[in-house]
Design a protein around this ligand. Sequence first.
Ligand code: UDP
Ligand code: MG
Length: 142
Amino acid sequence: MVEKTLALVKPDGVEANHVGEILDMYEKAGLKIVALKMIKVNKEFARQHYIDLKDKPFYQELVDFISRSPLVAMILEGEDAVNTVRGVNGATDPSEAAEGTVRYKYGHGKTDNTVHGSDSVEHAKREISMWFPEFLDSYLDD
Ligand code: UDP
Ligand code: MG
């Protein structure tokens, strides 16, 4: 199914100049970049993005990390986009990520793991409407 998903190059990936290569990896995986921006989010926005993790012991560290410097947010579209992005990204913990994935190559630790990808079409819709409110609901339903 052709679907849309939300991906982030997190602050550590931007700081280390990996934006271009990561975008290239998504494109080479067959995905189309249909929206793209660089933004430094504040802590409240970061808390909302990761609201499902609010009871985890690492929540505050995660919020501080994701809001520490600019990141790159994008909507990617394509066949099976949610899983395709997560495949390119690799496992959450870089030490467990498969060779060739973004997190294997560039992830530092369990928190600063370079990229984000929505984990379902439903969550992708929620995240896209948060990160790209300029896109209309009708666009998301395409
Ligand atoms: N995270 C963390 N410590 C952990 C697990 C996750 O700091 O023990 C961070 C990490 O940045 C991860 C994010 O929280 O990407 C969201 O966690 P999730 O389990 O949803 O992993 P993801 O879907 O990003 O692979
Ligand atoms: Mg997740």
